[in-house]
Write a protein that binds this ligand. Structure first.
Ligand SMILES: [Zn+2]
Length: 119
């Protein structure tokens, strides 16, 4: 069996080692290990990495969309609120799992868990 691309596997929420097992056991909770190949995810920690990228991407999309809408359509403020508040939530939550999967896969690929302070 050939190894999958770890970044694509992480993007899909799959194990970066085998591409078969699940990387997450909840929406964002990382599984302790892969149920298919036994890869250890106990030291996996993406920290604030995914949130930083998502803040930048969602912030750009929502701010650009709100400004564009305001200057082209001039809607009342409540229209902005019912469009852009849910859009912010949907974009943020929609990107969180794939971004966390990619960051954990990159960490797994580069064996970044070996560089910890407690070692
Ligand atoms: Zn696996």
């Amino acid at each position: 069996m050939s190894k999958p691309n770890p970044l694509l596997a992480g993007l899909a929420g799959r194990c970066p080692n085998c591409g078969e097992g699940h990387l997450f056991e909840g929406f964002l909770k990382v599984a302790p290990s892969c149920e298919a190949c036994g890869a250890d995810f106990s030291k996996a920690d993406s920290g604030d990495g995914p949130a930083v990228f998502i803040i930048l991407i969602a912030g750009f999309l929502v701010a650009f969309g709100a400004v564009f809408t305001e200057f082209t359509l001039h809607p009342p403020i409540w229209v902005h609120l019912i469009i852009w508040l849910p859009a912010t939530l949907i974009i943020s939550l929609g990107l969180m799992r794939p971004f966390k999967g990619v960051m954990l896969a990159a960490q797994f690929m580069n064996r970044a868990s070996e560089a910890r302070h407690d070692d």
